[in-house]
Write a protein that binds this ligand. Structure first.
Ligand code: ISL
Length: 567
């Protein structure tokens, strides 16, 4: 694989609604981001990925877009947008936009037209189907197939105007676009070109491996105790997905040079498919965002059914992606985004060892082969949130799940709440913790979702000034990727493979190597130094607990992470 600029780059995700509010309406905005550009520069990130800022009814916080070429007034104006883009470019950073084109909002003019009659020229831009044979529209079980939506309930909504149903894999306000129709594809490519012409530096593509469906939309198999069929075989990495992504690449990026970054968010993608998607020879996307490692703590019942993930589970899974994409493809490396609970609460220790565990998890992630993503607040070691009642949540997925589980399935409310506390996407969406002041310094008004009370101690003000903070450690990790070709491009090899507490690997390139050694548990971990031949005298280049333990000692303290260099 030829060298690419994004191999030594780090991406920072901003969720605009929760980052910084400049005008006191309680919702983050573009001017809020502009006010913190120097913070991002200090951290050292190269790219900002901005979650959606387009016009939207906000049924799913902007992932339901009603105009792809307008800034939502909640977030600001095009003037603000241009200033943000210039401010980033002036500081040597790039801006990647969120591209949400598996679906639009039901308030998008395309959908309004499409819904208006069965012979409207845009009828075929979405997936319309009549009621199931032998059923009257609206009747129980009349949906065209048995697919369920990701946000509870069926994946079909009856539209009274024409008496037909439309498909929505997400909320009923997020109808799926029909990518089989070449006019849909042309409209999307035109819109992407329009943004690139405005100066943006690429796209993060929302659920992009869902855009090609098996067109007869067959029923899925219903799991035991489940309400709906499993439709994933009919839309994950569907029959025409590689063709569509290659066409998009040709129609949007060809001839524009190599300053861009494209990353496909791909739930359910396999390693073999990811290799194909990211092999530069295929010209599809630069990298994929996959979900296996963040699904390891999901039980058979899915994300609300928690089961512990062990250190072995985690390192085996991450290593299989490292090995699977070696040489040909490219990984995105992440613990957090706006859909995931906070990593320090999930795989770390958000109590006694919060700082050490946040640093250890950051270390093992950032030094693998791939492009690391930092989600706002992760660099501070922000934690999950002590939500008290269902009234504290805002996320459509969480609220719909609660209603379905408690009201329809009769599960005990307290149990459902405790699953939400652990796994709800709202854990990632409380205000960015800037200061110890009111509302974490996020807004002078009333925030749309309450700040985590621990902002009193966990906040940017305190951490930027503290050389031992999680922030300082993330800064060092980012700097190491910038300086070290071994980090950016070296080969990966898992060592101490069967150790139940220690995640250890080497990276090597042209005779130089790094050893990453991390105890991902709260108890001391002994290992056999003989398994790490040649590393006994190596110098530590990064530690998380002050003066490092040497390899020869054969023991790591709780949550200790040390990086050694050789050659
Ligand atoms: O968090 C999830 C639900 O459990 C994931 O399945 C998530 O919905 C999936 O990763 C797709 O996410 C993306 O598309 C959604 C949007 O709600 C998410 O915020 C976005 O990241 C629909 O646009």
């Amino acid at each position: 694989m030829n060298d690419k600029w994004w191999q030594s780059a780090v991406v920072y995700q901003v969720y605009p609604r929760s980052f910084a509010d400049s005008d006191g309406d309680g919702i983050g905005d573009l001017r809020g981001i502009i006010q913190h550009l120097d913070y991002l520069k200090t951290l050292g990130v190269d790219v900002v990925w901005l979650s959606p800022i387009y016009a939207s009814p906000h049924d799913d916080n902007g992932y339901d877009i009603s105009d792809y070429r307008a800034i939502d007034p909640l977030f600001g104006t095009f003037e603000d947008f241009d200033e943000l883009l210039e401010g980033l470019h002036a500081r040597g950073m790039k801006l990647v936009m969120d591209l949400v084109v598996n679906h639009t909002s039901d308030e998008h003019p395309w959908f309004i037209e499409s819904a208006s009659s069965t012979d409207n020229p845009k009828r075929d831009w979405y997936w319309w189907r009549p009621a199931r044979e032998g059923h009257r529209p609206g009747e129980q079980g009349a949906e065209p197939n048995n697919w369920g939506s990701f946000f509870s309930g069926p994946a079909w909504q009856l539209d009274p105007q024409t008496g037909e149903y439309y498909l929505h894999l997400f909320s009923r306000k997020q109808p799926d676009l029909n990518w089989e129709n070449p006019e849909v594809r042309a409209a999307v490519y035109e819109m992407m070109n329009w943004w690139l012409d405005r100066g943006v530096d690429g796209f993060r593509m929302d659920v992009i491996n869902f855009i090609s469906k098996v067109t007869d939309l067959p029923d899925g198999e219903v799991p035991e105790g489940g309400l709906f069929g499993d439709a994933s075989p009919y839309f994950v990495d569907g029959p025409r997905i590689h063709e569509f992504l290659h066409e998009m690449h040709q129609r949007v990026f060809t001839g524009r040079g190599d300053r861009y970054l494209t990353v496909g968010e791909m739930p359910g993608v396999t390693i073999a498919e990811a290799r194909r998607f990211t092999d530069p020879a295929n010209a599809e996307v630069d990298m994929v965002f996959q979900f296996e490692h963040v699904d390891l703590d999901h039980g058979p019942g899915g994300k609300w059914d928690h089961r512990p993930a062990s250190v072995l589970d985690l390192k085996r899974n991450l290593s299989s992606w490292q090995e699977g994409l070696a040489g040909v493809g490219w990984n995105s490396l992440y613990w957090n985004n706006h859909d995931q609970p906070r990593v320090v609460s999930r795989f770390g220790d958000d109590g006694e060892h919060r700082v050490a565990s946040a640093k250890a998890l950051g270390t093992v992630l950032h030094l693998m082969r791939g492009t690391p993503y930092v989600y706002q607040g992760e660099e501070l070691g922000m934690t999950n949130v002590p939500f008290e009642t269902i009234g504290d949540f805002r996320d459509i997925e969480s609220l719909n799940h609660y209603a379905e589980a408690v009201d329809i399935l009769g599960e005990p409310a307290e149990e459902v709440l405790s699953a939400l506390r652990r796994t709800s996407r709202d854990n990632a969406r409380t205000p960015m913790q800037w200061t110890a002041g009111p509302n974490a310094g996020f807004t002078s008004g009333i925030p749309w979702i309450a700040a985590n009370p621990n902002a009193a101690t966990i906040n940017a003000d305190a951490e930027v000034a503290d050389p031992d903070s999680v922030f300082a450690h993330y800064r060092a990790l980012i700097d190491l990727r910038h300086r070290s070709d071994v980090v950016a491009r070296g080969d990966y090899r898992l060592v101490l493979a069967d150790h139940p507490q220690v995640f250890a690997y080497t990276r090597s390139l042209d005779g130089a190597s790094l050893l990453v050694l991390a105890n991902l548990t709260g108890s001391p971990a002994s290992f056999d130094p003989a398994e790490l031949t040649g590393w006994a005298g190596a110098e530590p280049v990064l530690t998380n607990l002050g003066a490092a333990t040497g390899v020869a000692d054969g023991v790591l303290r709780p949550w200790e992470a040390v990086v050694f260099a050789r050659g």
